[in-house]
Ligand binder design. Structure first.
Ligand SMILES: *Cc1c(COP(=O)(O)O)cnc(C)c1O
Length: 378
C-alpha cells in the first residue's frame, strides 16, 4: 500500500486529534489507481463502478465524481433513492443503474430523472413498458438474469415470456444483459463456470445484447468473464477481490482514533462490560473513542488490535458502543496521551485484517464505518 501519499498530508500524521474522536481518511488518488488497474485488467471491456450503500460507506458523491474524471461512465447503486441522490452529481453521459430494480410507483420518477432500472422480472418489464407508453417516450433498461444465485434477476422459467415481452415493448431500449456471480472471490468454485455457461445460454436466447457478469472477483477469473462491461465494487475501495491470495488493490481507507483516557491497573483488574477481561499482571490501558456504533464490531472483543508506532496494541475486554479499551503495555510509558491517535486501519492493519478478526468480510467493515468520524478526502 502506498502510505507515502497519506503521510504527506499535513494533518494526517498529527499525533493528536483536533477535537475529533477519529479521522476517516479516504484516498481518492488510490481509488482512481484501483479503478485504472481494474479497467486495464478488464480491457477491452469497459469498467463500471458499483457505488451502492454510499460507495461502501466512503461517499458515493465523492467517489463517483472522482471516477467519472477517470473515464467511468457506468455507475451501479442498489436502490432508487441512491440513484436520485447521485444523479445531480454526474454529467448526463454517465448512466446510473438501480440493481434492486424499481419499487412499484417509482417508474415515473425514475423515467423523469433519466435513471436506468435493472429489470429483474417480467412484471418489472411490464411496469417499465407501461411507464414508457404513458410518457410516450423511449426508456432504457438493463435485464438481469438469475444464473444460479437465487437472489435477483429473471428466473429461468420466465425467460421465454420475457423474450417475447421484450420484442413487444417497442419503447424499451435494452442497454445490456447482466447476471451476478455467487462465488467470484473463489477461483476454485465450479459455480463460476456453471453460471457463465448459463449466461451463454441466455445470450443465445437474447442475442445482440452486450453482457455484464463480473464483479470485483469476476474480473480476476479471466477474460471469459469480462464480456462488455465489468462491475467492480469492493476492489475499488481496496478490499481483496479474491480470497486467499495477496490483495492486488491499494488501500483507500485509513482510520485513526483518539485516545480518551489512559490508566495503569494492577493484576486482577476487571476490564470492560461483564468483566470480560481480567488482567493477570499490572497493565497499562488506553481507552479509544470508537466502538460498535462506529462500525468496529463487538465481535472484536478480545480479538482485534490497533497500532501505534507499528506496535500492536490488543483490544482487551468487550468493545463498547462508543469506546474500546486496549493494552498499551508494549509502548513506552507516556507515549499515548489524551488525544493521541492510534491506527485502526492503515499501513499496519488492513481492512481484511480487521474483517478477519471480527469474523466478517471487508464489505461489512467498510459499510459500517459510522458517521462520527471526521472524514477527510485526500
Ligand atoms: C454489489 C454488487 C457488485 C459489486 O460486487 P463487489 O464484490 O463489491 O465487486 C456487482 N454486481 C452486483 C449485482 C452487486 O450487487
Amino acid at each position: 500500500m502506498d502510505i507515502t501519499i497519506l503521510d504527506r498530508q499535513p494533518n494526517h500524521r498529527s499525533p493528536s486529534a483536533e477535537g475529533m474522536p477519529g479521522y476517516l481518511t479516504i484516498d481518492l488518488g488510490a481509488l482512481a489507481r484501483n479503478y485504472e488497474k481494474l479497467a486495464v485488467a478488464a480491457s477491452p471491456a469497459r469498467a463500471a463502478a458499483v457505488v451502492k450503500a454510499d460507495a461502501y460507506g466512503l461517499g458515493a458523491k465523492q467517489v463517483a465524481v472522482k471516477l467519472y474524471a477517470h473515464g467511468c461512465r457506468h455507475f451501479f447503486v442498489a436502490q432508487f433513492g441512491e440513484a436520485l441522490h447521485l444523479r445531480p452529481c454526474l454529467p448526463l453521459d454517465a448512466d446510473i443503474f438501480v440493481l434492486n430494480g424499481l419499487q412499484p410507483g417509482n417508474e415515473r420518477a425514475c423515467a423523469e430523472a433519466g435513471i436506468v432500472p435493472v429489470v429483474n422480472s417480467l412484471e418489472q418489464l411490464h411496469r417499465w413498458s407501461a411507464a414508457a407508453n404513458s410518457l410516450k417516450g423511449r426508456l432504457r433498461a438493463v435485464l438481469q438474469f438469475d444464473t444460479g444465485m437465487s437472489r435477483l434477476g429473471v428466473p429461468p422459467e420466465e425467460r421465454l415470456a420475457l423474450a417475447n415481452a421484450v420484442k413487444d415493448a417497442g419503447l424499451i431500449e435494452i442497454l445490456f444483459i447482466m447476471s451476478h456471480l455467487a462465488c467470484a472471490d473463489d477461483v476454485e468454485s465450479a459455480q463460476n463456470d456453471a453460471q457463465l455457461v448459463e449466461m451463454s445460454r441466455i445470450a443465445a436466447e437474447f442475442p445482440d445484447f452486450d453482457i455484464c457478469v463480473a464483479n470485483s472477483g469476476g474480473i480476476f477469473l479471466g477474460n471469459a468473464y469480462h464480456r462488455a462491461l465489468v462491475r467492480p465494487g469492493i476492489a475499488l475501495y481496496g478490499g481483496a477481490p479474491t480470497a486467499g491470495i495477496r490483495n492486488p488493490m491499494e488501500a483507500v481507507v485509513r482510520l485513526d482514533v483518539a485516545v480518551v483516557q489512559t490508566r495503569c491497573v494492577p493484576a486482577g483488574a476487571s476490564v470492560g462490560y461483564s468483566g470480560g477481561h481480567v488482567t493477570t499482571a499490572e497493565t497499562r490501558l488506553a481507552t479509544i473513542a470508537a466502538g460498535y456504533a462506529d462500525g468496529l464490531p463487538r465481535s472484536l472483543s478480545g480479538n482485534g488490535a490497533v497500532y501505534c508506532d507499528g506496535v500492536r496494541l490488543p483490544i482487551v475486554g468487550r468493545v463498547s458502543m462508543d469506546s474500546i479499551t486496549i493494552d498499551i503495555s508494549a509502548l513506552p510509558e507516556g507515549r499515548l496521551k489524551l488525544g493521541t491517535l492510534v491506527e485502526v486501519l492503515g499501513p499496519n492493519q488492513t481492512l481484511e485484517d480487521v474483517a478477519r478478526d471480527a469474523g466478517t468480510i471487508s464489505y461489512e467493515i467498510l459499510t459500517g464505518l459510522g458517521g462520527r468520524y471526521d472524514r477527510r478526502y485526500v
